[in-house]
Ligand binder design. Structure first.
Ligand code: AMP
Ligand code: ZN
Length: 492
């Protein structure tokens, strides 16, 4: 294991400090994933990419990483930036919209956008998290946490739901600085609910027997609040105290503040030892908004012919702690630079005949890689790390030592993911490989079975096939033209 310190800015202390893990050499990490009511946009992906770079850097240091990225498919309301969210469930609203007309029900809508998000995740070459838990699959754990909070005096039932009593947690506000006194200001414009002890108290459970996604609970039919989802899922998969929790800057308050209050009030232990918040992406200097026509999803840009790896490059080119102004010019520049990396790869492949094996470093490329890793360990300084990747590509074009070139390209791709997509075959090798068999049947036969299952709306069976193939190293890729497969390189 490397002796380097991995330093990251921690929102709670306001300092860049070493990322310390409870278990030595094992990072347990939770990232707030998307709400699947629509396609994730490139701003969402800026946040996910920063988390991906944490996972990649930790792995480059030889750490084990357990990374959980949830999928929010219920309970995230439209008015989510105030102490207790109001408005309507984003999922329900989406079903009633024009785009929603194509779905038979809200469950299909959720399934569709969750798959689209995972597809975009792979296009942008993010590493696969260990778990992608869905909020709707963990309602039982959310009910249990809520019951626990009522039992120990931190929550109470009203005619409209169950609410967390923020006065019961004296340090509420410690992450965002929105202390309870400040909150009295913040909640002024919120619809008043006379049943709550104070307006800043937030919902753990909403009673609603009209909601399209509802569960039976000790408080009748209803659905969970958005914050309790993450507390429950983080605890199920990572335990009482996690090493690192990340999200976009808007998650700091109220979402993460509420997660802390809930979890700590049940466990009596710190919820997360390190907090990471990603600054928002802007487009051509403005807030990204559908209204102003500067709203981009990954698929918008890929359909326009942009290289997904160049999009990745552009989205990570500015360190996550600084605002990123995404421009079409930056994307075109990124395409040129990714091409330089590919050119180096083709050169290496040309000399060695294939891209197989690990290669071996020479002194110069080892130094350049070490500098890139040092930059990533310095609060994910991607602008320096990327400059090092390009310096390495230049060095490869000068050297006769193709083995060192191969070594560098594999290492730098592991760290930054900007040379070739791990979910696709890189270089010209093994593309004509014979179709592999899984449990004695060809992959194309499994794909046919899955299509049949999907047509009869048996999504569980369809998903089981996808999972079966994935565990055999076969990744399915859905597109309007049909499903194709790729072999996923071992170890990514
Ligand atoms: P949501 O789907 O709204 O739950 O958001 C998913 C993640 O994307 C959250 O961590 C948000 O904080 C983050 N996010 C949303 N908009 C942006 C943006 N413009 N730039 C960076 N991150 C964002
Ligand atoms: Zn969350």
């Amino acid at each position: 294991m490397s002796q380097r310190e991995f330093r990251l800015r921690d929102t709670m202390s306001g300092k860049v400090r070493p990322l310390e893990t409870v278990e030595r050499g094992h990072l347990r990490f939770y990232t707030c994933g998307p709400t699947v009511y629509s396609y994730a946009h490139i701003g969402n992906f800026r946040s996910f990419l920063a988390a991906d770079l944490v996972a990649r850097t930790a792995k480059a240091l030889g750490w084990k990483v357990t990374w959980v990225v949830n999928i929010t498919d219920v309970g995230h309301l439209t008015q989510d930036d105030v102490a207790d969210a109001g408005g309507e469930d984003r999922m329900e609203k989406a079903l009633r919209s024009k785009e929603g007309e194509q779905f038979a029900n809200v469950w299909e809508l959720a399934e569709y956008y969750a798959s689209a998000y995972i597809e975009d995740w792979k296009r942008l070459n993010l590493t696969e998290p260990n778990v992608r838990p869905k909020a709707t699959q963990h309602v039982r754990e959310q009910i249990l946490l809520t019951q626990e909070l009522i039992k120990n005096g931190h929550a109470y039932e009203t005619p409209t739901g169950v609410y967390f009593d923020v006065d019961s947690k004296p340090d509420y506000g410690k992450l965002s600085g929105n202390t309870r006194d400040g909150l009295k200001e913040a909640v002024r414009n919120v619809v008043l609910d006379e049943n709550k002890r104070q307006q800043a108290d937030f919902a753990l459970w909403k009673k609603d027997d009209k909601h399209l996604m509802q569960w039976f609970s000790p408080w009748g039919w209803g659905f969970p609040g958005w914050h309790i989802e993450c507390s429950a899922m983080a605890r199920v998969y990572l335990g009482d105290t996690i090493d690192l929790h990340s999200g976009g800057e808007d998650n700091m308050f109220p979402h993460h503040e509420c997660e802390i209050a809930q979890t700590e009030s049940v466990t009596g232990k710190p919820f997360a030892n390190h907090w990471m918040h990603v600054r928002f992406l802007q487009v051509e200097g403005e807030k990204m908004a559908k209204r102003t026509g500067n709203f981009y999803t990954v698929r918008d840009l890929v359909d326009d012919g942009f290289d997904p790896l160049a999009l990745r490059y552009a989205l990570i080119s500015v360190p996550y702690g600084k605002p990123l102004n995404f421009t079409m010019q930056s994307l075109r520049d990124a395409e040129r630079n990714v091409e330089r990396m590919r050119e180096a790869m083709r050169r290496v492949e040309g000399s060695l005949g294939s891209l197989e094996g690990e290669g071996a470093p020479n002194e110069e490329l080892q130094r350049i890689y070490d500098e890139a890793l040092d930059a990533m360990c310095d609060d994910l300084n991607t602008s320096v790390a990327i400059a090092k990747a390009l310096e390495g590509a230049k060095a490869i074009n000068r050297t006769e030592d193709a083995h060192a070139g191969l070594w560098f390209l594999k290492k730098i791709n592991g760290l930054l993911g900007i040379v070739c997509n791990d979910y696709e075959l890189c270089g010209g090798t093994s593309k004509s490989e014979e179709e592999p068999k899984v449990e004695g049947r060809a992959v194309s036969e499994w794909i046919e079975d899955r299509d049949t299952a999907k047509q009869s709306r048996d999504y569980a069976a369809a998903d089981a096939i996808r999972v079966k193939l994935a565990s055999a190293g076969i990744e399915l890729r859905d597109s309007p033209e049909g499903t194709t497969w790729v072999k996923r390189p071992v170890g990514v």
